[in-house]
Design a protein around this ligand. Structure first.
Ligand code: HAM
Length: 418
C-alpha cells in the first residue's frame, strides 16, 4: 500500500498557495498596522502547559491532544492552540518588565485529534493575536473591530459577531451554584463525561457537543444575569465602544468556549456564507486575565483571538490566479543555453520572475511551455541576437514581437506586467 498523509492532515500544493500567501500577508499587514509584532513559538510544548491552561475537563485535553513521551522521559504535546505558548513565553522571558503593554501575533499549524470533517482538520493553521497588560474594555472592542475589518477586507461579507461575558472568579462562583441547581434534576440524563464534569467543572457541560447535553444546556440560566457590578461595567463598556466604532455585534448569553482559561469577554465570528458548512466559526477569542499569574508571572490582564485559516479560505471569494512567471526565456539554439541562463539572471536581478527550459528542446516546445505557464512575455535569444546585443520580446497575450536592446529588456517588459 502506498503511503498517504495522516488522516485529517492535508498537503497544500503550489496551485493553492497563492491564496494562502494573500491571506497571511493581509493578516500581517493588518496586525502590524495595529502595533502587533510577530512571535514564533515551538510546535511541541510540555504537556502540562496545555493541561493547566486549557483545562483538564475540556475536550481538547481529554480527547484531542497528540501527546507522546520523548524517549521515555518527558511528556510532550503538539500544540493544539497558541495562547498557552504565548503566555509561557511571556512569563519565561519576563516581558512585563520591558513594556507595560505587549502585542504579539502568530501564524502556524495547530494539532487536534478531532473527527475530520469539512472545515475541521487534525492539522490546521491559525493566525492569532494576544495583548498583555491592558485590562480593557476598550482594547477588547478594538481587537474585535480589528478582526471584523480584516474579514470584511478579505471579501467575506456574511458574518455574525457574537459576544458574551462569563465574568471573573466571583461571577463564576455565583453562576456555578445557579448552574448546579439547574443541572441537578438532569444529572442522570447527561452523558458520562458531563456527569463527571458536573463535579469537576460544571461550566464545561455548557460546551458539550452531545445533542442530549446541548439540549439541556440550552435551558440553563444565563451567565449575564449573574455578573458582578465590575464585570457588568466591563461588559457594558465593551458594548458602548463597539457601538461607537460602528462594529455590528450580537450579545449571546449562551456563548461558551471550549477552553477553561477565559474570564469576562468571550467572542466568536461566524461565517454565514454557503461555502463553510457546519464548521462556521471563523475565529474565537476572549479575555484570560488570570493565566499569566497562574504560570508564575505578575498579575497581567490579557485578551486575544485565533482564526482558522482553512475556514477563512473557504469563505473567501475565488479570484483569478495570477501566473507565477513574468518572462519565459527561450534559447533559440541548444548552443546558446549558457547565454540564456545569463539573460535569465539579468532579468531576475531586475526583479522579474523568470522561468526557462534549459533542456535543449525546440523553439516551438519552449514557447508551448511558456504558454502553459501563462507567462505574459517570452524573450527569445539566438546566435544573431547575441551578436547584436538584442532579444526578441514576444508579448504572448497581444501576439506581437519586437526586437529590443538586451540591456533594456527588463525595462520594456515591466510596463506590460503592471
Ligand atoms: P479556538 O476557538 O479553539 O480558540 O480556535 C480558534 C479557531 O481555530 C476556530 O474558530 C476555528 O476557526 C479554528 N479551528 C479550531 N479547531 C480547528 C480544526 N480542528 N480544524 C480547523 N480549524 C479549527 C483558540 O484556539 C484560542 N487559542 C483563541 C484565543 C486566542 N483566545 C485568546 N487568545
Amino acid at each position: 500500500m502506498s503511503l498517504r498523509a495522516v488522516k485529517g492532515m492535508k498537503d497544500i500544493l503550489p496551485d493553492e498557495i497563492s491564496r494562502w500567501h494573500r491571506l497571511e500577508n493581509a493578516f500581517r499587514t493588518r496586525a502590524e498596522r495595529y502595533g502587533f509584532r510577530e512571535a514564533r513559538f515551538p510546535i511541541v510544548e510540555p504537556t502540562a502547559l496545555f493541561v493547566r491552561s486549557i483545562g483538564e475537563t475540556t475536550d481538547i485535553v481529554e480527547k484531542e491532544m497528540y501527546t507522546f513521551t520523548d524517549r521515555g522521559e518527558k511528556s510532550l504535546t503538539l500544540r493544539p492552540e497558541g495562547t498557552a505558548s504565548s503566555v509561557r513565553a511571556y512569563v519565561q522571558h519576563n516581558v512585563q518588565a520591558k513594556e507595560p503593554v505587549t502585542k504579539w501575533y502568530y501564524l502556524g499549524p495547530m494539532y487536534r485529534r478531532e473527527r475530520p470533517a469539512k472545515g475541521r482538520y487534525r492539522q490546521f493553521y491559525q493566525a492569532g493575536i494576544e495583548v498583555f497588560g491592558d485590562p480593557g474594555p476598550y482594547v477588547d472592542a478594538e481587537v474585535i473591530d480589528m478582526v471584523v475589518g480584516f474579514i470584511s477586507d478579505l471579501g467575506i461579507d456574511e458574518v455574525e459577531v457574537l459576544i458574551n461575558s462569563i465574568g471573573g472568579p466571583d461571577t463564576r462562583a455565583r453562576y456555578r451554584d445557579a448552574l448546579l441547581e439547574y443541572l441537578g434534576p438532569f444529572r442522570a440524563e447527561l452523558c458520562p463525561d458531563c456527569q463527571r464534569r458536573m463535579d469537576a467543572n460544571p461550566l464545561r457541560v455548557l460546551d458539550c457537543k452531545v445533542p442530549r447535553c446541548a439540549k439541556i444546556a440550552s435551558g440553563a440560566p444565563s451567565m449575564l444575569e449573574h455578573l458582578t457590578d465590575d464585570d457588568r461595567e466591563h461588559f457594558d463598556g465593551l458594548q458602548q465602544t463597539l457601538t461607537r466604532l460602528g462594529t455590528p455585534y450580537r450579545v449571546d448569553g449562551s456563548l461558551v468556549r471550549g477552553l477553561d482559561y477565559y474570564t469576562r469577554t468571550l467572542f466568536e465570528v461566524l461565517g454565514k456564507g454557503e461555502g463553510l458548512g457546519a464548521q462556521n466559526a471563523l475565529l474565537g477569542g476572549g479575555r484570560y486575565d488570570q493565566m499569566v499569574q497562574s504560570f508564575g508571572g505578575p498579575e497581567t490582564p490579557a485578551i486575544g483571538f485565533a482564526m482558522g485559516l482553512e475556514r477563512l479560505l473557504m469563505a473567501m471569494p475565488e479570484s483569478v490566479p495570477r501566473s507565477h512567471v513574468d518572462v519565459f526565456v527561450v534559447a533559440a539554439q541548444p548552443d546558446v543555453r549558457a547565454e540564456a541562463a545569463l539573460l535569465g539572471r539579468e532579468l531576475r536581478s531586475a526583479g522579474l520572475r523568470v522561468e526557462s527550459d534549459l533542456r535543449g528542446g525546440s523553439l516551438k516546445s519552449q514557447l508551448r511551455r511558456a504558454d502553459k505557464l501563462n507567462a505574459r512575455i517570452a524573450m527569445i535569444l539566438g546566435e544573431s541576437e547575441i551578436e547584436n546585443g538584442v532579444v526578441q520580446l514576444k508579448d504572448l497575450q497581444q501576439k506581437t514581437q519586437t526586437e529590443v536592446p538586451r540591456n533594456e529588456a527588463a525595462a520594456h517588459a515591466k510596463p506590460l506586467l503592471a
